[in-house]
Every structure is written in C-alpha cells, then in structure tokens.
Design a protein around this ligand. Sequence first.
Ligand code: AMP
Ligand code: MG
Length: 348
Amino acid sequence: MYNRKCISALLGVILMTALYGCTEKSADDKPTESEVGLFAMDTYMSLKAYGPNADKSLQNASERITQLESLLSVTDSGSEIYRLNNAEGKETPLSPETGFLIRSSLEFGSETNGAFDITLYPVSKEWGFTTGSYKVPSEERIKELLEKTGSDNISLSNDGSGALLKNGANIDLGGIAKGYAGSCAAEILKDDGIESAILNMGGNVQTVGTKPDGNAWKVGIQDPEDSSKLVGMVSVADKAVVTSGGYERYFEDDDGNIYWHILDPKTGYPAQSDIISVTVIGSDGTICDALSTSLFVMGTEGASAYLKNHSELGAVIVSRDRKLYITENIRDNFKSSGDFAGCEIIII
Ligand code: AMP
Ligand code: MG
C-alpha cells in the first residue's frame, strides 16, 4: 500500500436514503426537463430526461433500478444473490437478470484472465468493503478465504434459471450490476420515446441520445487524486461512461496506508496495478462496468492489449505516475483539463 496526499471522498459524502420526487422544469423554447434522485446500489443517483413524458419515464426507470437492487444486492437478505450465497451448496432458482449477469461475469472472468472475479466476495467481506466495518485481514486469513474463490465453484444451469455454489463460495455482482442497471434504465426511457437523457449513477454515467439541442453529452472524468478537479471531458451520444477507481471506496489504517475496494483475485489484496482510475466508454453499460473493474486490476499494459482487440470500446486511464492514456477512437472526443490540460496524452 502507499500513502496518498490527496484523497478524494466525493462519493461517500452523499448519504441520501429515500427516493426523491421528480422535478419538472420547462421554458417556452426548451423541451421539458425532468429529474429524479434516488439512493440505490450504495450510491446516490441522479436521473435527468427531456421530453413531455419524461417525468413518468424517470419514475419507471428508477423503480426498475430499485427492483434490480433488491434482486442483486449482496447484503439484502431478500435478494436472489443473498439466497444463492446462503443456500449451502443447494441449487437456487434465478431470475433471467441474475442468470444473465452471472453468465456475463463468468465470460468476463475468462476474457480477462481472471481479473474479473465475482467469487471474491468472501475476501472483500473480510476486508469490510461491503459492510463498512473495515479491517486489514491477516495474510493467513486471506489465503484461507482465497481457497473458496474461483469461477469453477459456480455451477450455472445452461438456461441460467438456477445456480449452485460449491466449496463454500459466495458471489457479489458489485463490479457489474450498476452498469446493467444503467442499461436497463436507458432501455425503459427509450421504449417510452425519450430521446435525450443522462443518468448519473455514482461512477457510472449512462446517456440516452444527445443533449436536447442535438449536441453530444459532455461527461466529466474526475481526477482520482483531487475530487475538485477533472481529468477531462468526453463527448458521447447514447453511450455509457463507467469509471473504476480506488478513490471510490477505501479506508486508511493507523499507519496511513490506503486500502481500496477493487481486489486482485490472485492476491486477495487491493489491486496494485499502475492504474489509479480507468474509464470505459461504450454502447453497453454492463460491458463497460465489468471492464472498468477488470482493467483496473490488469494495469496499463494488460488494459492496452485488451483494448487494442476491442476497438468498439473507448477508455481513459490515469496511471499512478499521473500519465493519461486514451484510446485512439476517442481522441477527437476527449478534452483534458485540470492538471492534465495541455499534458502529453499517450494514445493506446
Ligand atoms: P467497480 O466500482 O465497478 O469497479 O466495482 C467494484 C466492486 O466490485 C467492489 O466494491 C466489489 O464489490 C467488486 N469487486 C472488487 N474486486 C473485483 C474484481 N477483481 N472482480 C470483480 N468484482 C470485484
Ligand atoms: Mg465495474
């Protein structure tokens, strides 16, 4: 671990507990803007949409997010994931959504050589990342818990309608669920005829179409070492922009060491790659979310190699030595700012 001078704590600050009412604004020459705020999936979300029926659509979208949370939460005793984790190895029926996300997670796990691993849950629970009761586990304890991890311990039925966990394994979809929820919410809005929306879901931003005036949405990417600054802005239309960074959830021990929530499945410790934040931009929020977590673990070299083979995805990476890496395909749509304004950008 290492000491950091500047630690941002933007996301932890907002502790709102209820679903907020919609606000609707309109000016004569502007489309109606509606906004809804909610606290779900451990983060404050702000959903904004434009159009005459945006108000109702946003309510539908936020209800869908809440419904997905109650299905996928690892701590809610009524959730499917909780039931599966506590089934003591017995087959548990799954909804199509949960089955899909477990299957996708297994696929991302094999595509990223194990960097994405939903079976890390017993280890991250021990660190206290899912409860907030943080502690540094002993090396022996981490070793012991790593024995329970690995995708081999998940047996998912062919049609995804049921699963069982072997060898005391437990799973957590925290690295992928928010991206999926963003995609589902965007689908609801589109089905309702909404052509312009921006859903801010913690480190995940999901856009629908363009801004009402037809220009691209400009999504700011936070400086991982200074929450008051941006690394830059990316211009997107109809895309997800998903960031993973150690600054999103971490704790500090008595010696000032920082431990963050994205773990390296090989060690059971916070991932020590040369990346401090990675943003993935693409059409599918589920993919962007799983990959932002994975690339954080893989480091700049592994991430660059992966991205070279996936030209449909864009990425902005901030390395520990504060260099900025971006993929070629977003070159014209990215503008650096803050400490990075005018800096050399490494194209990957
Ligand atoms: P994200 O903010 O999307 O990068 O997801 C981080 C969350 O994913 C953590 O809080 C854990 O719940 C979970 N997680 C941590 N490390 C991993 C990993 N290597 N693979 C998959 N999920 C992880
Ligand atoms: Mg993720």
